[in-house]
Ligand binder design. Sequence first.
Ligand code: NAD
Length: 282
Amino acid sequence: MKHVSVVGAGTMGRGIAFACALGGLTVSLQDISESSLEAAKSYIDKQFEKSIEKGKITEEKASECKGNIQYSIKLEEAIKNADLVIEAVLEIMELKIEMFRKIDKHAPKHAILATNTSTMSPTEIAAQTSRPEQCIALHFFNPVPKMKLIEMIKGLETSNETVAMSKAFGESIGKDTVEINEYPGFAVSRMNCLIGNEAMNMLMEGVGTAEDIDKAMKLGLNHPMGPLELADLVGLDTRLRNMEYLYETLGEKYRPCPILVKYVKAGRLGRKAGKGFYDYSK
Ligand code: NAD
């Protein structure tokens, strides 16, 4: 695999594009929003600077890798040479379906089509294409440069060859993989969304402050981040969509906490908006 096209340049898309470029692949990063592409470019440039400072890469190599990334507003242009397309648009099934129909039409026939969905059915998405055996969910984690795992979720028709090639791709960019059978929320989101939602319910019930609930999980259970700070990092709008899908598919225990709904309505979307469970404005 030589060329990866990433569709959607938000929190995840820009991280995935950086990881692929750092891994020596050529990359096209596409988004319909100019401002999202600009923000993605400055994020990626900053990640390369950090990698140089940490001694992970030389200045020459970083500038070569940066030169291997193309930013594009046009989907057709961005995916025409892809060996692998990774879709990272919003967690809305209708949108993913629309994107996969277009991607299937314009990507080379040999290309693998992956979705970075956190919860949704890769089978349903793949069914919109002429190549369901070449479709898979490749679930990266936030922040992509730091997180080792790619959760690979096989849809009903996903071939073993697609899984093997996806695993080899993951390894080539320094990630580790797990193979999970399709079920809503897969392994990580199903567990993580439940923990995060319970932390929100506890906050609402006055069990503790956000700081103390997070501290309890970090020091008591050795979680690297508290569930509320993690939800802020993910984005509360994204987390709410995840919860709504899990509630719809897995039932009552995934009912989104009312605080989460309220915060999203208020525009408190977490870190990216400057405020969520914590205030990042300073
Ligand atoms: P985000 O809101 O940060 O970014 C989404 C991007 O998609 C935006 O830049 C938007 O302009 C772009 N977009 C919307 N419609 C588009 C279209 N038609 N064509 C091209 N681009 C379009 O969202 P995110 O947090 O990066 O999430 C993306 C996906 O990754 C979702 O499926 C989400 O569930 C999943 N995911 C998110 C996280 C996380 O922590 N945020 C972790 C793992 C997986």
